[in-house]
Design a protein around this ligand. Structure first.
Ligand SMILES: [Zn+2]
Length: 403
């Protein structure tokens, strides 16, 4: 059994949207009250006890009784869990102090456990709607149905004012059939992904393209009086441009990662510390543009679902200078050298494809502790496999270059 998420666009009516907004507000208020009580805790006391119940019983917060109580309850449970993790000494990565949620973040959500909604029965696939507590069925665009058991429902609103329903489902996922193929990926800037089989995926610099547009819109916004209606309108425009960039990027990453998981059993990639590279300012824009880490995480969780192996190799492995055929290391190589010939075995290399092949070789060696002879044998066997299919989406095909 695996957990899988599905996200649907929701179209609440005006009244429904108002009710959802009320829920976002109350959940945020509860969180902030819990955080404030946590921060003001003193060992000498007395410390007030805060929970969704104490707020509901307080006449000042009577309106808390109008919203979905499961959403409030869930938020308090989430807070308790965060608190537990905050004090957890065994955690490798420490979590920071709980922060207040701002009303102006424009990104809001609340979660309801599936049990409170009668599990799957709350969603009507035929009509395309979801029934939450205390409100009439809300319209959903259901592009994909799910078969597993519904664990939780999260309702959210993005900065552009669009509503979404995300469901977490416990599902039996059929593992993909073995293809007998493995692949190495070298991450780059002109090409987002260079594959060991000679395919190169262009880096669609959507961010750059939309950037001029975004800059203009932001300038317009800064000229408008704070808190004014016109500024608010402009803020929405800026948010929509951001949204578009995010959507395009996600589309590309989803297509590429699904294609990789469809076609290869073992996927090897460099473990890039993107953060340390972002410090270099000239590269920063392009890197955040490519957002490698988002791609890597998609490949990682999809590999998990479908029984593929995703392996990250050491960050400082000299992948571009080593000959992928004989393993001999070449002399210092300038970044401008795009092609070279190995002085030992005479193989002609494309710099990036060779790096990707090394990444794959290193990955296979790590995973199966293969000797160089075994590796050569493995690669010979792989070479006779049928060609991989190119991505089906034609808009995706346009982004592929062949070495
Ligand atoms: Zn060589």
């Amino acid at each position: 059994m695996t957990y899988k998420g599905y996200k649907y666009r929701a179209y609440p009516t005006k009244e429904q949207a108002e009710f959802l907004n009320q829920n976002f507000g109350c959940v945020r208020l509860l969180w902030n009250k819990l955080v404030s009580a946590f921060h003001s805790w003193s060992p000498v006391g007395p410390n007030p006890f805060v929970s969704e119940k104490t707020l509901k019983n307080n006449p000042e917060y009577d309106f808390m009784n109008d919203v979905i109580s499961y959403a409030l309850q869930q938020k308090r449970i989430d807070f308790d869990e965060t608190k537990k993790q905050y004090f957890n000494k065994k955690r490798k990565v420490k979590i920071g102090k709980m922060k207040f949620k701002s009303k102006h973040s424009n990104r809001d959500s609340f979660k309801i456990p599936g049990q409170a909604l009668g599990y799957n029965s709350c969603i009507d696939f035929e009509k395309g709607s979801i029934k939450l507590t205390k409100m009439t069925p809300m319209k959903l665009v259901i592009d994909r149905e799910f078969s597993g058991r519904l664990i939780s429902v999260t309702v959210s609103r993005n900065p552009s004012g669009q509503y979404f329903v995300s469901v977490l489902v416990e599902e039996e996922i059929e593992l993909k059939q073995n293809t007998g193929r493995s692949i190495g990926i070298d991450l780059g800037l002109t090409h987002l992904g260079i594959l060991s089989n000679g395919l190169k995926f262009q880096n669609p610099r959507w961010f750059r393209e939309s950037q001029a547009k975004l800059k203009k819109a932001q300038q317009h916004m800064s000229r408008k009086t704070k808190g004014s209606n016109r500024r608010n309108k402009q803020r929405l425009k800026v948010a929509r441009i951001y949204q578009k960039i995010t959507n395009q990027r996600n589309w590309f990453h989803h297509n590429l990662s699904s294609w990789l998981v469809d076609n290869f059993d073992v996927i090897c990639m460099e473990d890039l510390s993107v953060k340390s590279m972002i410090k270099n300012h000239s590269l920063a824009k392009s890197i955040s543009d490519a957002s490698w880490s988002s791609l890597a995480s998609m490949i990682s969780y999809k590999s998990n679902w479908y029984g593929r192996t995703f392996h990250k190799i050491d960050r400082w492995y000299p992948s571009s200078k080593t000959c992928s055929c004989c393993g001999v290391k070449a002399e210092e190589m300038n970044m401008s050298v795009r092609e070279w010939t190995c002085s030992s075995c005479n193989t002609h290399h494309d710099r990036d494809t060779n790096a990707a092949q090394n990444i794959r070789n290193k990955g296979l060696a790590d995973l199966y502790s293969l000797t160089s002879d075994e590796l050569a044998d493995y690669r010979r066997r792989e070479e006779v496999r049928p060609e991989v299919e190119l991505p089906r989406a034609s808009s995706m095909k346009r982004l592929v270059d062949l070495y």
